[in-house]
Design a protein around this ligand. Sequence first.
Ligand code: ZN
Length: 511
Amino acid sequence: MQEKNRNTDREERLYRRFAEYAAIPHPSGNTAAASEYCLEAAASAGYRGERDAAGNLLIRVPGTQGRSDRPTVILQGHLDMVAVREEGSERDPAQDPLDLFWEGDRIGARGTSLGGDDGVAVAMCLALLEEKEAPHPPLEILLTADEEIGLLGASALDMSRLQGRLLLNLDSEEEGVFIVGCAGGVRLDISMPVCRTREEMPCLHATLYGGRGGHSGNDIHRGRLNAAVGLSGLLRSVSRAVPLFLCCLDGGEKDNAIPDRASAYFLTPDPEKAIRVFREAAEALCASYREADPSLSFAIGPASGGRDAGAERCADPAGTGRATEDCASDGVGISGGRLALTAEESRRWLDFLSDAPCGVQAMREDFPDIVHTSLNLGILRSGSERMHAVYAIRSASEAGKAELADTLSAAARAIGAEVHRRGEYPAWEYRPDSRLRPLMQRIWRAQTGRPAREEIIHAGLECGIFAARLPGLDCVSLGPALYDIHTARERLSFSSLVRTYDYLLAILAEL
Ligand SMILES: [Zn+2]
């Protein structure tokens, strides 16, 4: 009976903390009120928390009786959430309290993302502060800011404030799966200066659309077409058959997403032949992607008038009016000729985009199902004086990342382009010797009768930053079952949160 009461209390406490936190808007870039709430929770439990200039929160909790001299454990999650809403939803998760609802065991937020990523970490950490009977070693509860917009809080954190070298990251979303390593990454901004001249020639508009796209880390191995690269290749085929003068070539919205469509305007003295060559090459391309990208389609025709629905939809791949706007400002559609790159510049840019490596470059040897090194051309934009391409490189090793970045940079410089590296984050390399992993596996097996799955992911996690800057760090990432994170369909399994919390307490009791 007593056991039952305690469990009920725990569930009540976890839900209350989760719901109270959801009532305070906490989008990336605006977590001050949310961290104030956490500081108050710490103070009312008798602990002091500190917030740094980047918005990271650190709460120190001494070990319970007889455990004050054990090694410190860092419990870590992030304060911010991806605040998105359904089309037509009146509630703005960046400003309004979330409207929680239950769907059986699952919790959602009406019309918006739930922020279970990473509200579950906040709820577990704050619930833990109120535990009266759970034994644990000294704890450093670390809740970082702005994880979702480039791991900004963790990157800015003064690591000398942390004593712990055992870290439990609470930012995973599959119960029974431990994340034990992740890729590092870097962004490359490539821009080639161009000199546009006015040409009197027929203008064609070509689009490639209907690809599946996806996340440049988690989906890169699925064999889907990068539409920006695909369209560049098609235009190169055309440029080998007829003179081609590129006006613009645009595709992709985010550097970490695979472009699902791309569009281009170009001039040519022989539009009939250009259309014929394009169609032939595009048909072959779509056929070769029939399995991975069954809805992939293309359109080509005169730039003004006579566009079919597909072309119309894809004239503006980002939905921002930018492709059309850029082309308009560059002279597309203006009588008396259009501003275009020279044939030589067009060829150089198309050659570079078609020949540059893209997609999976190597698989891991220790975990053969996991991508080791990859890159994605995420954004392609045309300006009046420069053509731009943004690539995101990911690799399980620092060496793999540096080598690929060097190769791509060299290819870009060879065509006279400038290269800027930014947003670099380190890989979290798998650590063969670990104190945490075997202990966590033993407890997991005792509770469930089966081993937990250990995974290395091809996407960035804050653990990479901690592992790179806290020498000797032993780190595992875990969390309860979350579904469709970063969308308005996000759901949390509450029973999974309760089990994960109980499991966390069991781990802490043995550390
Ligand atoms: Zn997260």
